[in-house]
Design a protein around this ligand. Structure first.
Ligand code: ADP
Ligand code: MG
Length: 726
């Protein structure tokens, strides 16, 4: 029995705006309810255990087994009060999702019954019996052991009936098989490199943090419509669909009033996030119809990234309660904006100073400029790698389109900071420099106006924009694990800071005054970046591609080739110097990336050919036969087809299009067969990149058929229905 598309559309429209669950408390009263955070540690742990655990979290001190047992005891008590029956290590394998394997807490009590048991050993380490996570050959199945190990710096939380313990995931031989391990290494690397520089400015600094504030974009579609499109269900995006007459050209969706059914969903989502300690702050309509965004208050990068992963799990579940499906894919619909995940990133000290924000005084401003310029130099040096950190089969559809990211990683500085840097450059060498800040009393050679924060005019076309107190890496894909981008950024900045410190040390060793030495090391750096990686113009323009190539920036947009940037000599050197990845890890991870790319394109093209054969061609033929019936009737009644010329023309066009679809399906299938026969991971991914272009060719006749075929016969929900029903 077939379901009529128009009946479905009608029923989704009739859906009442669902209510959100009422919250009878203030947000501050439910915030972190389901997280074993510091207040709970204090309540459920004895004083000694509490202080040892904090020493581990804050100062990286190891935790002994006895303390781990006491921590586990406290966690168990708290969890049982919340009705928890299961426990899992919660980790982030290279699948771009999280993994969990639940175990009940029960164990035999030795007296014929069972008890709840949870001790330090199950908290600290587990051996997931999982040889099938992507590992790029590091873990052959005969030595399938991988270990998950507790990350005490990210708090344990409760999801439904399960206590979730954030863990790293490594192989038997210690190689990282996940995102968290290298993220933590990169956080340490940038802290270790930045700290000695900060201490020259202020000896009281003992730690440098990386911060992340993610902005998650997503689409909502009605679940009844979603269920009829196998492309959406299986690949997360539409593989065809003619653009609706109205899309985003009126800019009337961005920041528009939030539809009430969506608002109810958002409230439930936010409340669930608050309970998990995720400090969500902003919600709004995004540029495309049915596209939305949510962002939390930024936090320490490892924790903030865990929270993004938690949210990506949560958002789908809550949406289903409101009869929506969430699309986290980077490009669910052709022709309108796709979804990204802006990564707002900065560094800050344990004394509360933001290293990418203007300082309170001249010294603070000088420190700010040191960090600003070094970040830019790092982004310039590892330009291709930065892009490699955000590419994927999904994000490929955004690359080079008219939405961030353009396929060139340049940095937007804004007029104020560009002027400040240019001015610094002009100062005669050897001049002792004072930089006057907003309240600074320096000699005022360079002013950084108070209005800087609001003054960094927004350049939406830049993939890496300075926004007053942070950089916003806008190229990250909406479905990505933010760690991919952060690992590269932190490592590149760490390496650059090591080089800068070495240069500064040699100036200081020569007896130069501090400010002068800082300036003398900064100037050549400023000169090398200001007209290369810094670009405030239109990143979408054609001229920029030419100009960027002239400047030596990477303009390639072929995903498999970009992934290879991880194995360039400069990248291998970068990661080994900072201790973030060994060469073996890099090779393994690249194999995983190429393999994932190939598999995604493979699945999409299989779905596409099947839909073309099973949905599209039959619908086209049905309409053609309907039209032929009209022509036949005309012949019968009038002896000619006079008055039915249009129908006749349509029959001819449909015939040609169906033929075209068949030819392109055949071409796609043979490209697919050739690609899957490739052995080498890179060569295979390159072949699949060709398959991806063949898919675009097949799409054309199908989208034209959608325009021609009777609306009642067309089997798939159309863009206008998917995009405007909320
Ligand atoms: P916009 O859409 O204007 O870019 P949003 O408010 O949507 O801004 O998101 C900005 C994000 O940047 C938020 O998550 C915010 O907490 C974060 N953020 C603000 N300051 C910093 C900082 N110093 N370091 C990292 N993230 C920051
Ligand atoms: Mg933003």
């Amino acid at each position: 029995m077939s379901v009529n598309r128009l009946d479905l559309v009608r029923s989704s429209f009739e859906k009442k705006a669902l209510e959100s669950e009422p919250l009878h408390k203030k947000v501050s009263e439910i915030f972190g309810e389901l997280v074993f955070d510091r207040p709970k540690m204090r309540k459920y742990l004895d004083a000694d255990t509490y202080s040892r655990l904090l020493d581990c979290v804050d100062n990286g001190q190891p935790l002994d087994r006895k303390t781990a047992d006491s921590v586990a005891r406290g966690m168990k008590e708290w969890a049982l009060e919340h009705g928890v029956t299961h426990v899992t290590h919660w980790f982030q394998p290279l699948t771009e999702g999280t993994a969990e394997k639940h175990e009940t807490l029960i164990d035999y009590d030795g007296k014929g019954g069972v008890i709840e048991r949870f001790d330090g050993s199950s908290l600290v380490q587990q051996e997931p019996d999982a040889s099938s996570f992507p590992n790029g050959g590091i873990r052959a199945t005969f030595e399938a052991r991988g270990y998950t190990a507790w990350d005490p710096t990210s708090p344990v939380f409760i999801q439904e009936d399960t206590l979730c313990i954030p863990t790293i995931f490594v192989s038997y031989t210690g190689e990282a098989l996940d995102y968290k391990t290298p993220l933590k290494r990169s956080i340490k690397a940038v802290c270790d490199a930045a700290l000695p520089i900060c201490q020259l400015f202020d000896p009281k600094v003992h730690k440098v943090y990386s911060y992340l504030g993610w902005e998650q974009e997503y689409f909502l579609v009605d679940e009844a419509l979603f269920a009829t499109r196998s492309d959406l269900m299986i690949t997360g995006r539409t593989l065809f669909g003619h653009m609706s007459s109205k899309s985003q050209q009126l800019d009337d969706h961005y920041f528009g009033a939030i539809p009430s059914r969506v608002a109810a969903f958002m409230r439930d989502l936010e409340n669930a996030a608050f309970r998990l300690g995720i400090p969500v702050k902003t919600r709004h309509n995004e540029a495309a119809p049915n596209q939305f965004e949510l962002a939390p208050i930024y936090g320490e990068a490892n924790l903030a990234n865990d929270q993004n992963q938690m949210l990506m799990n949560l958002i789908g579940k809550i949406a289903r309660k409101h009869s929506f499906v969430v699309l986290l894919h980077e490009k669910p619909f052709a022709g309108i904006n796709g979804s990204g995940k802006h990564n707002n990133w900065s560094l800050g000290t344990d004394t509360g100073v933001g290293l990418l924000a203007p300082g309170k005084d001249a010294r603070g401003n000088l420190q700010f400029i040191v960090f600003l310029v070094n970040v830019l130099a790092a982004v310039q040096k590892h330009n291709a790698l930065m892009k490699a950190s955000i590419v994927s089969a999904g994000n490929e559809h955004r690359l080079g389109g008219n939405e961030a990211p353009p396929a060139i990683v340049s940095a937007f500085l804004g007029r104020t900071m560009t002027e400040v840097l240019r001015k610094l450059l002009e100062l005669p060498s050897g001049t002792p420099v004072e930089i006057a800040g907003k309240k600074g009393k320096g000699v005022g050679l360079v002013e950084i106006p108070e209005i800087l924060l609001d003054n960094t005019d927004r350049n939406r076309t830049s993939p890496f924009a300075f926004t007053g107190n942070r950089f916003e890496f806008r190229a990250v894909g909406s479905s990505a694990n933010c760690a991919g981008a952060l690992i590269v950024l932190n490592s590149a900045v760490a390496e650059q800071l090591l080089d800068y410190k070495a240069a500064l040390d040699s100036e200081l060793a020569g007896g130069k005054p501090f400010n002068e030495a800082v300036m003398d090391t900064l100037k050549p750096l400023i000169a090398s970046i200001i007209d290369v990686v810094c670009f405030d113009g239109n990143g979408y323009s054609e001229e920029w591609v030419v100009e960027a190539a002239r400047r030596g920036l990477d303009v390639n947009r072929c995903v498999p080739q970009l992934i290879d940037a991880y194995l360039s000599p400069a990248s291998v050197e970068l990661f080994s110097r900072t201790g973030v990845f060994s060469r073996r890890e890099l090779e393994a991870r690249n194999d995983v990336k190429w393999d994932t790319y190939s598999k995604k394109v493979h699945i999409e093209s299989m779905v596409m050919t099947r839909m073309a054969i099973n949905h599209i061609i039959p619908a086209a033929l049905e309409y053609k036969s309907h039209l032929l019936g009209i022509l036949k009737d005309s012949m019968k009644v009038f002896g000619n087809i006079g008055g039915c010329e249009f129908e006749r023309g349509t029959v001819v066009e449909i015939e040609a299009l169906v033929e075209d679809v068949r030819t392109k399906v055949a071409a796609l299938q043979s490209a697919l067969a050739a690609a899957s026969a490739e052995e080498d991971a890179f060569a295979k991914a390159m072949a699949y990149s060709g398959v991806a272009s063949d898919m675009l060719q097949l799409r054309k006749p199908i989208d034209r058929l959608e325009e021609l075929v009777d609306n009642r016969i067309w089997p798939l929900p159309k863009y206008r229905e998917l995009l405007f029903i909320s």
